[in-house]
Design a protein around this ligand. Structure first.
Ligand SMILES: [Zn+2]
Length: 373
């Protein structure tokens, strides 16, 4: 039985299953995420899957103190121990993710948990920035994709959300479902407009008039929302506008597998250059990267991630802040930031980066490096 069938039956054909699932959710939440004692009444008519107290305590120890990335091995252990489907585990992790959200404007915490093709689970949260335009916000789904990309993930299989994804995020997610399976590219051989583009950004010769006619190439990313039947992204975003509409075969998850040698640079600049090289910038070709230095000497970096509809794109500083937050760091720990952009690039993130830093880390030094790469 497929997972979709499982959920269909669970939600549509067996009303009593809803009660069962509610019990399962409550019991897991109660045992794993708090110190509450499970009321006896809840298990008076035990379902087929029964959580012993010992098993639940062990499951609790399996959740890392920093849950932003849960390894495939750990996920398998948690699934085996709980008896939950991995999709159910994702839903259970939503409230855990929400605790790490930083929404000072809306106070609306978004929690996202997703299963990668590798078997890892990733969490995402929303980041809002007081004093900045609302479009500086990093949505939970965007956060999650950056988090997964930073850890080498190549595909998201299922994503559980605390609420239905907004239109902005549906558009952002569309950038990872078109053209799955694209190969890594060689950053050294791609020098921008004057050199051949890497394969990921080549015009797709199969396209006719720049519009895809192959609807079944759409990814089947499963979107899981509590108490709602699972949906695919393509069902939530029909007639999507994506890379193919612009005549491109691109996928946000594809990274270069060869980088130029940056070892002669300072560590901060070298990391910003590496991040710039790893950018996803098929529309402006304005590759850019940010590296953040914290007061204890750690470095966090981010790459710009563009979108076919432009506005859902993420700046390199936003992406670097995701890396910072996934390591549970504070913004005021930032002491220095380097932004690397291509010389004569069509767009620049300098002004927006300076403005955002002024709000969250006003004492941090900021450097812009224009490079040919
Ligand atoms: Zn959103």
């Amino acid at each position: 039985m497929s997972k979709s069938h499982y959920f269909f039956i669970l939600y549509c054909c067996r009303p009593e299953a809803l009660i069962f699932e509610g019990i399962m959710k409550f019991s897991l939440t109660a045992f794993v995420f708090s110190s509450m004692i499970l009321p006896i009444a809840i298990v008076a008519n035990p379902p087929q899957i029964f959580f012993s107290e010992a098993a639940m305590k062990k499951l609790e120890t399996m959740i890392p103190s920093n849950p932003f990335v849960i390894s495939a091995e750990r996920v398998n252990e948690m699934v085996s121990m709980s008896g939950l489907e991995v999709e159910e585990l994702l839903i259970e992790l939503i409230p855990i993710a929400k605790r790490f959200a930083r929404p000072p404007i809306s106070n609306y915490q978004v929690g996202v948990a997703a299963l990668g093709k590798s078997g890892n689970i990733y969490l995402g949260v929303n980041l809002e920035f007081s004093g900045q335009p609302l479009n500086a916000t990093v949505h939970g789904e965007q956060f999650l994709i950056v988090n997964a990309r930073n850890h080498g993930e190549t595909e998201i299989v299922a994503m559980a959300l605390s609420a239905a994804p907004c239109g902005h995020c549906r558009q952002f997610l569309n950038e990872i479902v078109e053209n799955p399976g694209l190969k890594a590219w060689d950053c050294i051989s791609w020098g921008g407009d004057s050199n051949p583009s890497p394969p990921v950004f080549l015009k797709d010769p199969a396209l006719k008039g720049g519009v895809s006619s192959v609807e079944d190439e759409k990814g089947q990313l499963q979107i899981l929302i509590p108490n709602t039947p699972p949906r695919t992204l393509s069902s939530l975003l029909p007639e999507a506008f994506g890379p193919k509409n612009l005549g491109l075969a691109a996928n946000l998850f594809v990274l270069p597998d060869v980088y130029p040698p940056f070892t002669h640079e300072s560590p901060l600049v070298a990391e910003a250059l590496r991040a710039a090289c790893a950018s996803y910038a098929p529309y402006s070709h304005s590759k850019s990267g940010v590296a953040i230095h914290t007061s204890d000497g750690k470095i966090y970096s981010g790459s710009c991630l563009e979108n076919a509809a432009f506005n859902p794109s993420l700046s390199p500083l936003q992406a670097a802040l995701v890396a910072l937050v996934t390591d549970l760091r504070r913004y005021d720990e930032i002491v220095e930031v380097v932004l690397v952009e291509r010389s004569a690039a069509k767009i620049s993130y300098e002004r927006s980066a300076r403005a955002l830093l002024k709000n969250i880390a006003p004492d941090a030094q900021f450097h812009l490096e224009n490079r040919e790469f």
